[in-house]
Design a protein around this ligand. Structure first.
Ligand code: FES
Length: 166
């Protein structure tokens, strides 16, 4: 098997800052995605793919991993049900979300035993499988930013792009 990642199209994806803002659709989003931005020069922006699972790494249903890409906190969660834009892997579906609250950007907590992530600021809860706001508090109806996951032929899993911006 080749060592060369087939995600080369993603590695080579470089946009200037203006194109990137248009891609995200709003200036506020740029803050949320600052972790993906290598802003060595103000005029050049690189979206860096992020490996989230090694070739021999297995997440069972309900398990998760937390990451930081720059300042952006992320979660990859193994769902027991297929979710939109999830990556099917063996008998689970992987989803990846930002852990920046879609209300005002506070870092939300890791999932509790009920599969809910809680924002400590204004108490909004989010479903870990879907990233959708749930519970009795209604601070926002916007789901968390979601990321695309891709399986490389070497069985590593990479976060490669955005599929939903909150
Ligand atoms: S910042 Fe999370 S509920 Fe307000």
């Amino acid at each position: 098997m080749s060592d060369k990642p087939v995600l080369a199209h993603v590695f080579e994806k470089q946009l200037d800052r203006r194109e990137f803002m248009q891609f995200l659709g709003c200036v506020a989003c740029a803050t949320a995605f600052s972790g993906f931005i290598e802003a060595e020069a103000q005029t050049t922006t690189t979206i860096t793919p992020f490996q989230v699972l090694g070739a021999d790494e297995v997440l069972k249903s309900g398990e998760y991993k937390l990451f930081k890409a720059g300042k952006l906190p992320l979660i990859v969660y193994a769902s027991d049900t297929e979710e939109p834009d999830s990556l099917a892997l063996n008998d689970i579906w992987l989803v990846a979300y930002s852990r920046r609250c879609s209300h005002r950007g506070t870092t939300i907590r890791e999932p509790n035993s009920s599969g809910v992530m809680h924002c400590p600021d204004h108490k909004q809860d989010f479903d870990t499988k879907t990233g959708i706001p749930v519970g009795p508090v209604h601070r926002t109806n916007k789901p968390l930013t979601q990321f695309k996951l891709e399986l490389n032929p070497d069985n590593t899993v990479w976060l490669t792009d955005t599929v939903r911006v909150s």
